[in-house]
Design a protein around this ligand. Structure first.
Ligand SMILES: C[S@@+](CC[C@H](N)C(=O)[O-])C[C@H]1O[C@@H](n2cnc3c(N)ncnc32)[C@H](O)[C@@H]1O
Length: 368
């Protein structure tokens, strides 16, 4: 953004220093103007990109409970369609920030033009319908929804958070996972395990300058993270075997599934995907617990209780403090759930291992 300002705004100010007050065109002013626009812009379509839509940006956001809904329709459809049967061939309009790659590729970030009347075809006559989809009492606020967004995304794009947001997540950077790995193994070891993981066609979520994994609001980590931890902790011989299998076959998921099931003495259904249960070994669960601690340390020295205390005493006038505390405390609650998830996973893994050992012993006894 700074580069944008330097390239586009600064030359403008230099070109007309008498008529343009430089203080109105400072980098801070530019950032403020950009946030105002991006928090109110919509993705129109592939052809037009993002833009302002007068009136559609009137409404504040409520998660999963919109009162008003936007759809774009062709003029012919407008009078034919029944307002209640809105879903079939109309398209959705949603808010999005033009900085975010995920948002720009997510389903509800576009007005999906129906093919016959695409604005790309030159017919720029799509009509925007603003439809009330709920009863709203007179005097009550009418809400739209900007999508299924966690608090970090809401704060980053729109400058606010929602308490008890069911779409909240915690991001764990790949860098942080590697930091954990390098505390146990050499960096060469970690790099080779990471490259094996990549050979399985896996990756984290990508943002501008980092790769990360999501922990959902109920504390469940992404499959990709579990697989990476699992591979980091595999014994060398199993790892080598996996590497060889990957190099000689294209049925990657099936192969890793077979190797894992072999190791755990579990019957593997070749048509099924690798399950989280299979990956949740005691060691992987231990790694999750350490990762939760490392991630929590990013919040500094204040404890969760201290944060909650400050939040309780914080009024809405202190907007920045309030929203940063809602974000912090909700993320820390998710990390707590991740710990519970890992602890329960470790117990299940232990039980499964004990059961397997008992059954192996019985089989051996029968043979004798
Ligand atoms: C599209 S505008 C919504 C109309 C808005 N009230 C305005 O100022 O134009 C988006 C901005 O409204 C504010 N906003 C929207 N929903 C909100 C909410 N649930 N709580 C607090 N602020 C909200 C945020 O500042 C956000 O950047």
């Amino acid at each position: 953004m700074y580069e944008d300002w330097k390239e586009n705004i600064l030359p403008l100010v230099y070109s007309a220093p008498e008529s343009l007050d430089p203080s109105s065109f400072s980098v801070e002013e530019y950032f403020a103007a950009r946030s105002l626009i991006s928090s109110r812009s919509f993705m129109i379509d592939e052809h037009h990109g993002s833009g302002m839509v007068p009136l559609a940006d009137l409404f504040n956001h409520k998660t999963g409970a919109e009162d008003v809904h936007f759809t774009s329709v062709s003029p012919n459809q407008e009078y034919e369609d029944d307002v209640d049967s809105e879903n079939s061939d109309k398209s959705e309009l949603s808010k999005f920030s033009d900085h975010d790659e995920r948002a720009s590729s997510s389903e509800n970030s576009y007005i999906h033009s129906d093919s016959d009347h695409s604005s790309m075809s030159g017919e720029d006559t799509m009509i925007l319908q603003m439809i009330m989809v709920r009863e709203v009492k007179s005097g009550d606020e009418v809400f739209n929804t900007y999508g299924s967004l966690g608090n970090a995304a809401l704060l980053h794009r729109y400058g606010f958070t929602e308490p008890n947001n069911p779409f909240d997540i915690v991001n764990v950077d790949l860098e942080l996972v590697l930091k954990w790995g390098c505390s146990l193994f050499s960096s060469r070891y970690c790099r080779s395990r990471l490259s094996l993981w990549r050979k399985l066609d896996l990756s984290g979520c990508a943002s501008e300058d980092s790769e990360y994994f999501e922990i959902s609001s109920d504390g469940e980590p992404e499959m990709e993270l579990l697989t990476l931890l699992y591979i980091m902790l595999l014994p060398d011989d199993t790892c080598h075997k996996l590497d060889m299998t990957i190099c000689t076959s294209d049925k990657i998921s099936r192969n890793i599934g077979m190797i894992l099931s072999e190791k755990h003495d579990i019957t593997w259904d070749t048509s099924s995907e690798i399950s989280k249960e299979l990956l949740l070994t005691e060691k992987v669960c231990g790694a999750l617990l350490t990762l939760a601690d490392i991630r929590e340390s990013c919040y500094g020295l204040k404890s969760m209780d201290e944060d909650m205390e400050v939040l309780k005493g914080c009024c809405m006038k202190e907007r920045k403090l309030y929203h940063s505390l809602v974000l912090r405390t909700s993320e820390r609650r998710i990390l707590e759930k991740l710990r519970t998830y890992a602890t329960e996973g470790a117990t299940r893994s232990q039980t499964l291992q004990n059961a397997n050992q008992t059954s192996t012993r019985r089989k051996r006894l029968k043979k004798h």
